[in-house]
Design a protein around this ligand. Sequence first.
Ligand SMILES: *Cc1c(COP(=O)(O)O)cnc(C)c1O
Length: 383
Amino acid sequence: MKAIEYMQQELQTLEADSNLRRLPHLVHDGRTVLADGRRMLNLSSNDYLGLATDRRLREEFLQTMTPDTFLPTSSSSRLLTGNFGIYEELETELSIQFGTEAALVFNSGYHANTGILPAVSDAQTLILADKLVHASIIDGIRLSAARCIRFRHNDLAQLERLLKQYHAAYRQLIVVTESLFSMDGDQADLQALVDLKKRYTNVLLYVDEAHAFGVRGVRGLGCAEEAGCIQDIDFLVGTFGKAAASAGAYLVCCRTIREYLVNRMRTLIFTTALPPTNIAWTLFVVRRLAGMQERRGHLATISRMLREAMQAKGYPCPSVSHIVPLIVGPSADAILRAEMLQRHGFYALPVRPPTVPEGTSRIRFSLTADIQEREIETIIQYL
Ligand SMILES: *Cc1c(COP(=O)(O)O)cnc(C)c1O
């Protein structure tokens, strides 16, 4: 029982520090959630384009389904019998949209990020990762045989020094970043990263666009589309669980990398492929993303409103996107702020250590295209 008592003590410490997490009891109703008997506007969802709450879209998709095409399981890994045609249809669609040689689809962003780096790395690999990359990327690095150095967040001068210092000592170096960052909502300078990596023949670039796919770019392909550098990113990863209102993830890359991963990537090989129906829904949404410029425009407008209001009130606001943190500092303050917003009908959640650095607890507003300007105005009054 000693081991269990230890866990209980650890949990008590978390509770005392206001850092204990619980699974919330929620009922979803379109843009709103019901919790503790209150109906609140959901300001914590990753449904950035508002597609998950779009009933008409689901109706349209259901019309395409019959008992023969509604396939709730693949029953196997893609390398055995799970490779239904719909997977390759989605990959072909992605490689055409991105203009890349190849695409590969995974079960989730977590599978992608914990699988790709271990598959392509060895002891002769140095990974240079931004200090603020997502936990799934950190786990991928830890599972790999590579050595890793984290550079200060978006500090390209430090990255440049590291590349210069180490490029000759390794077979390959992989620079890893996100395009839009999960917690600060700020952005990496992709063009500058591409320029840096092009100075060396053995440097590859890995970019995670989880928060940007569907949201950025004229066709919704992400920040790399916006920066015009899709072709220059060796591993361009994105996920379907956020703006695309589905589940799963993709990598667009060259043919060789795709084939290499099919042979080496454990989180692709040793898992049951997503249900074909899920892939069909993803494809249905992906084909419509280019036409959603109006939703992207509205999301950009309300995001700017909220960011500017925070700055005007003197909060530090690093965000340049629809992820807008209200950084308050102590965890207890963040919790009180979230409770206050929830009392007024806004479901915003506190984000605390270890997700963010100690002393930077915050309310993380994650805006979606179905939030209205007058709702943002009301939120601003409560900041
Ligand atoms: C959400 C997210 C992931 C994980 O993707 P899932 O499909 O939810 O597993 C990976 N990377 C980043 C940057 C994310 O924000």
